[in-house]
Design a protein. Structure first.
Length: 72
């Protein structure tokens, strides 16, 4: 996971926002798609993703990109 830029959301560049979303959210999607066939063949495979719920459930100033990616 990456945090990105700790600043007001209007000050975060689109490239930083995209990097945070790609790393913290899209990478998980790609991981599942890449290994889907193996997971299905295993029969009882489990995937566990960890998140920082404390930041997601509170309004922590300047953590918008990270919080959005983890909430997703």
């Amino acid at each position: 996971a990456i945090i990105g830029s700790l600043s007001p959301i209007a000050h975060i560049s689109p490239s930083i926002w995209q990097k945070v979303i790609d790393t913290n959210l899209t990478a998980n999607f790609r991981f599942i798609r890449s290994f889907d066939e193996l997971f299905r063949k295993a029969g009882s495979a489990k995937i566990i993703f960890l998140t920082a719920e404390r930041l997601v459930s509170k309004n922590v100033p300047f953590w918008s990109a990270y919080s959005a990616s983890k909430a997703a």
